[in-house]
Ligand binder design. Structure first.
Ligand code: SAM
Ligand code: SF4
Length: 474
């Protein structure tokens, strides 16, 4: 199947703002679906089609408990049928907490004098990366506040430092970044450093609400942020991640806007976002936000299921902001990536001592503090296949989620074998014996589902891993 994105918004122009709150609200007001329409829409998604804004609005307005259950069931089915049981693991690494913006939900905001500001020096970055590699991490996202010290050149430098650190069999094979928007020239500089995904969240897509939370600083310019991924695309970065911070405005509006943003990128650049993130606001140092738009666990599960159906070929990221039990439940709706062993305190991966509470300097508090080893073990117990794969990015296969979704046999030819190879490396180098045993059992089971020729080839590569070779991929 060839990628021919539907041009839902042919009037969209590159580099021009594209969110019209009235358009979104009209869809939300007009689409009142009955059961048969909800079922039709779910079936359309299961038949591998992205949903329109009208269809997404219909799912969002399906409020009756049995319809909500059908939507969740649809998302579970889509995950089972298309993506199987792989989960990609990564870790965030905060590089600097200086910030000249004043986002009212964030511990790093400039007016928050209680936060201790830290920027890691090269040696500290190396220490952090070595500690992450010692745990078995292969994929990172580097995170920065918005500050004149964190120029594109500085960000590119830190990315290069991250790639350069090798300890034992450890190495970082993919560095994504979450950083303030740049000009096209700046994006070219960070692209050149070899970043994987450039990720940025609009926080809220509602311009009026946005204004209230972002008073002062560069980030107060809604449209500059909204068009940042257009500039990234113009600079040749075609691997981008979008997101909204849930709890700032009506969650139904934000889901519509995330789909609209996806449309825009597809219409203008022929490629949608690689990933969508949906963080919920968590407690932060000195945070005083109202709870008018608080998103309950039930609604959170519902919004993730709707998003899965609306953009079936986009990766979805769920972070350690959420507690363990909820994370495990939400994985079933087609989340494709999670972070593991996460620490947000700057410098804390390498630090042996707990940082005292009164000196807390992280951006917000997380709710899942399991180590990477514990997460791998739990995933294995649930028959999932933890993966550290970075193959598509390194083979130049962009649009991998779309390929997984649409190219027949892609998962069996590439994703499952690569997940197995990277898990085998992890089990050999970093896992406790009892976890390794569980892991090899999961590997054997997953190999049975592959073509005999692939199974043979994998067996041969697994032997090579056992005898010390690393970084084998398809
Ligand atoms: N300074 C860059 C920016 O604003 O784009 C980097 C982003 S920030 C370090 C990463 C993301 O964390 C933000 O985009 C926001 O969505 C999220 N965030 C901020 N405060 C949060 C909170 N209290 N709870 C959960 N997520 C939060
Ligand atoms: Fe700064 Fe980003 Fe926090 Fe806003 S969300 S205060 S820009 S670090």
């Amino acid at each position: 199947m060839k990628f021919t994105p539907e041009k839902y918004n042919i009037s969209d122009e590159p580099m021009k703002p594209f969110i019209d709150p009235a358009e979104i609200e009209t869809y939300l007001q007009n689409e009142k679906p009955d059961k048969s329409r909800v079922r039709e829409i779910i079936a359309k998604s299961l038949a591998k089609n992205r949903l329109t804004l009208a269809e997404t609005a219909a799912l969002l307005n399906a409020d009756e408990p049995d319809m909500i259950e059908e939507i969740k069931q649809g998302a579970r089915e889509l995950k089972q049928q298309i993506y199987g049981n792989r989960i990609v693991l990564f870790a965030p690494l905060y590089i600097g907490s200086k910030c000249s913006n004043n986002c009212s939900y964030c511990g790093f905001r400039v007016s928050n004098k209680e936060t201790v500001r830290v920027t890691l020096g090269d040696q500290e970055i190396i220490n952090e990366i070595e500690a992450l590699e010692d745990n078995g991490q292969k994929r990172l996202i580097l995170v920065y506040g918005e500050h004149k010290d964190y120029s594109p050149e500085y960000i590119a430098h830190t990315v290069k430092v991250a790639y350069s650190v090798k300890k034992g069999n450890g190495e970082i094979r993919r560095v994504n970044i979450n950083a303030a928007p740049m000009e096209i020239e700046g994006f070219m500089v960070v692209k050149e450093a070899g970043i994987g995904t450039y990720q940025i969240f609009q926080e809220t897509y509602h311009p009026e609400a946005y204004k209230m939370y972002h008073i002062g600083g560069k980030k107060s310019d809604y449209n500059y942020r909204l068009t940042s991924l257009d500039r990234a695309m113009e600079a040749g970065i075609d691997d981008v991640g979008i997101g909204a911070l849930f709890g700032l405005y009506d969650w139904k509006y934000e889901i519509m806007a995330l789909v609209r943003h996806t449309n825009h990128l597809e219409a203008c650049y022929n490629v949608g976002p690689h990933t969508i993130s949906f963080p919920r606001i968590k407690d932060a140092n000195n945070l005083k936000l109202g709870d008018k738009y608080f998103v309950s666990d039930e609604d959170f599960a519902r919004l993730i299921a709707i998003l899965r159906l609306a953009v079936p070929y986009t990766g979805m990221i769920l972070t350690a902001r959420e507690p363990v039990a909820l994370r495990n439940e939400l994985l079933q709706f087609g989340v494709s990536q999670i972070d593991g062993g996460t620490k947000l305190e700057l410098g804390s991966y390498a630090s042996v001592e707990e940082i005292p509470q009164d000196l807390r300097r992280e951006q917000f508090r997380i709710n899942d503090s399991r180590s990477l080893g514990e997460i791998v073990e739990e995933l294995l117990e649930q028959d999932m296949l933890p993966s550290f794969c970075t193959s598509c990015y390194r083979m130049g296969r962009t649009g991998e989620h779309f390929m997984e979704f649409s190219v027949p046999g892609f998962i069996k030819r590439f994703c499952t074998p690569n997940a197995i190879l990277t898990l085998a490396e992890y089990l050999t180098d970093y896992a406790k014996p009892e976890i390794a045993e569980k892991g090899w059992a999961v590997i054997r089971k997953n190999m049975e589902s592959l073509e005999p020729k692939m199974e043979e080839e994998l067996k041969e590569r697994l032997e090579r891993i056992k005898s010390g070779e690393r970084d084998l991929y398809f």
